[in-house]
Design a protein around this ligand. Structure first.
Ligand SMILES: [Zn+2]
Length: 80
C-alpha cells in the first residue's frame, strides 16, 4: 500500500487511514463526497501534512469530467 502523502510504498502496519469529507471543497452538501487518505503513522512529516493535504485525486478529477462533481471548481483547485 502507498502513503497518500509521501507516495512511498509502506507495509500496512505503518499506514493509518482517515476518511476525509471533501464535499465542502466541491461546494456540495456535507458527506456527498468522501475520500480515504492513508498516511505513514511513523512519520511526523506525513502526519503534519495530513490536514493541509489537497484531497483532489485523479479519481476526483475523473468524476468531475463526468459531471459527478462540479468540474470548474475541481479544475481551479488542482490547477488543470
Ligand atoms: Zn508517508
Amino acid at each position: 500500500m502507498k502513503c497518500s502523502i509521501c507516495r512511498r510504498e509502506r507495509s500496512a502496519i505503518y499506514l493509518d487511514e482517515v476518511v476525509k469529507d471533501i464535499s465542502y471543497e466541491l461546494d456540495l452538501d456535507p458527506e456527498t463526497v468522501t475520500t480515504k487518505v492513508r498516511y505513514c503513522n511513523d512519520s511526523d512529516s506525513c502526519k503534519s501534512k495530513l490536514n493541509a493535504f489537497v484531497f483532489f485525486t485523479k479519481e476526483t478529477v475523473r468524476r468531475a469530467s463526468k459531471g459527478i462533481v462540479p468540474s470548474t471548481r475541481v479544475a481551479r483547485r488542482v490547477g488543470v
